[in-house]
Design a protein around this ligand. Sequence first.
Ligand SMILES: [Fe+2]
Ligand SMILES: [Fe+2]
Length: 196
Amino acid sequence: MVVDFANSKTKLNLMKAFAGESQARERYSIAASFAGEKEIYIVQKVFLEIADQEKEHGEIFYEFLRQFSGQSIKFDADYPVDLFDSVLEYLKKSAKNETDEYEDIYDKFGKIAADEGFSDISNKFFGIAKIEKTHSEKFSKLAKLVESNELFKSNNGKAKWTCMKCGNVYEGTNVPEFCPVCGHARGYFVRNDICL
Ligand SMILES: [Fe+2]
Ligand SMILES: [Fe+2]
């Protein structure tokens, strides 16, 4: 089926995706600030990195709408209110939102775009869905460590951490309150065994 782009569902889906990515970026920036206030800097860093990637996704979707520049596109949609009192809740809910994006939303949008004859756009939805899966995995991995209290401690023998400020590697079971080399707080240490 080939559909006129101006009257397609894909046009609306691109705008929904742009709005979704823009809000995700903003939510992650807010979550990053919260993690920074709690002095958990690896969580702050991951939220900031992913926020930047959401910006890139938003730009990719927006560019497809260039021919409608100067116009508005109207649609109905639901967006989450994610304001929490703990880093764990931010991580868990963000992981869930990312899962919804790749399993449900972008998968649907990709199929609709393919049905309507927009294979380029369809490929972008599927490609970005794959990235959202990695986002979900990163948030989940961090959530697990926070939940089991293992961000700065090891429950299974010695582990290694690297100070994000000076690069000092600490090996042991419990990260010291302050990096013995640069003096920055333990919140700057990141476990070497987590690949984010
Ligand atoms: Fe995204
Ligand atoms: Fe994402």
